[in-house]
Design a protein around this ligand. Structure first.
Ligand code: MG
Length: 459
């Protein structure tokens, strides 16, 4: 008994020492006392914004979580949804809150990986996942809120909180279960250590130049040819050099639209295609080859996000044509990402800030992408995805290297006005966020107007 108490004291002391000796110095021991979860929906389907081959009438939405503490600090997090079904994610967040309530910030942040595992491995809740689907979207919303809370307590934007962590501290937030055959904790620490001498210089470059963006705004599937043409002209004049177009519903339409876009942007700029999972494997290969004359840089989500072998076949068939395969926005978890990377089933890794289990799990994907030398071009758009993912890619730019060189973050110019700290994209670059947090706090009037179904815009 006495020995056990001695061990507990020792472990508490070493945690305390880790906090004060590292850069995480302002830890405030706050207890989590309550959660508020809202169903927020924007009627974007009215203008066909966001429409693609699979999602023809999306109402951009989110399950929005506010975590409250007894010291007055709050954290705001979300996961992105398309309208109907958001109520299911909201309920999942509420069901998980029992695992968060009464935890203290010290308990969570000094051993974040263990807390993350507790959240994703709860013996009854995990049955409705595990680590996939609605329950994992809820994990993302809660974990994102916890990172926002941590960054607010530290008084830093999330990217800065991440870059200020030592390699050991950063890696201590990641659950390595199921991925050690590709990447161990020790290898991750070594990788991060290698780049430490360049951190300051990299941060300066970011402050000066920001981080490149590419646009998807020009090519939603429901847009008329004239609108596509006008948008190409607009984004060219804003300095964009990389454009993405939705494809996959009708081949002749795709040929016409790709020609239209190429005529507008020329062949010096980059064109990417996105099929949003509509094809079978062989169909994906045939259809994309038919569009090869337009020199697409990549085909995104050519088939089911769960089909690792299928992606590998598509990638192998398209490589001789100089077309890369990209996916990740609907990849369920780090295990599927591991297999995509292991099998060279993707040439471009598209992490998403609200799909897998929040920052902790996303860090593991960045680290695996770095290890396998796979470029990371984050997925964004939706609600708050640009706001969040900019922090992650900027951390990667400072603390990792090869996987984020010559890449860009997706940019969709929608729903930013609802956030207190929206993204700032200028000269086709994301500017470095400066306010504390994860840029995820919605404005009060947005919540009043767009909460579903009782918000003013819906009633
Ligand atoms: Mg996409």
């Amino acid at each position: 008994m006495a020995l056990r108490r001695y061990e507990l004291l020792q472990s508490a002391f070493s945690r305390f020492r880790r906090i004060v000796s590292g850069t995480v110095t302002k830890m405030i021991d706050a207890r989590i006392i309550d959660i508020d979860v809202k169903d927020i929906r924007f009627p974007t389907s009215l203008l066909a914004d966001g429409s693609d081959a699979m999602h023809t009438d999306p109402d951009y939405s989110c399950a929005y979580v506010t975590i409250k503490t007894d010291r007055g600090h709050e954290g705001y997090g979300l996961t992105f949804t398309l309208g109907r079904g958001t109520e299911v994610v909201v309920q999942a967040c509420k069901s998980m809150f029992g695992l968060v309530k009464n935890q203290t910030t010290t308990q969570i942040y000094t051993d974040f990986a263990s807390f993350w595992r507790k959240l994703t491995s709860e013996s009854q809740l995990r049955w409705i996942g595990p680590e996939k689907g609605v329950i994992h979207l809820a994990t993302a919303a809660i974990i994102n809120a916890l990172w926002d809370l941590w960054a607010r307590i530290e008084g830093k934007p999330v990217w800065k909180l991440l870059t200020d962590l030592t390699p050991e501290q950063l890696v201590s937030t990641v659950d390595f279960r199921y991925i050690t055959d590709v990447l161990t904790k020790e290898q991750a620490i070594d990788m991060l250590r290698k780049y430490e001498p360049y951190k300051q210089e990299r941060e300066e470059l970011l402050r000066r130049n920001g981080y490149p963006a590419y646009t998807t705004q020009v090519g939603w599937l429901g847009y008329s040819d004239q609108k596509v043409k006008d948008l190409c002209a607009k984004y060219l004049s804003l300095g964009f050099t990389r454009f993405k177009v939705k494809v996959g519903q009708n081949l002749e339409d795709d040929v016409r639209r790709c020609r239209l876009v190429r005529e507008a942007i020329g062949y010096d700029n980059r064109l990417m295609l996105d099929a949003n999972q509509i094809w079978d494997v062989n169909e994906a290969i045939g259809w994309t080859k038919r569009l090869a004359e337009f020199k697409p840089f990549w085909i995104e989500e050519p088939t089911s996000p769960d089909d690792i072998v299928g992606h590998a076949e598509i990638a192998a068939a398209l490589r001789p044509h100089g077309i890369a395969v990209a996916t990740g926005e609907m990849c369920a978890n780090r295990v599927l990402f591991k297999q995509l990377l292991q099998m060279r089933a993707i040439d471009i890794c598209q992490i998403d800030s609200a799909r897998i289990g929040g920052i902790n799990e996303i860090l593991s994907v960045y680290l695996m992408a770095e290890k396998t030398k796979t470029p990371v071009w984050p997925h964004a758009g939706g609600v708050g995805l640009c706001e969040m993912v900019q922090h992650l890619q900027m951390w990667a730019y400072v603390c990792l290297r090869s996987s984020v060189e010559d890449c860009a973050i997706e940019f969709v110019d929608q729903q930013h006005e609802h956030f207190e700290d929206p993204v700032l994209v200028k000269d086709a670059s994301y500017k470095l966020p400066t306010l504390p947090g994860y840029s995820t706090k919605l404005k009060d009037d947005c919540i009043l107007n767009y909460t579903y179904p009782e918000g003013k815009k819906w009633t």
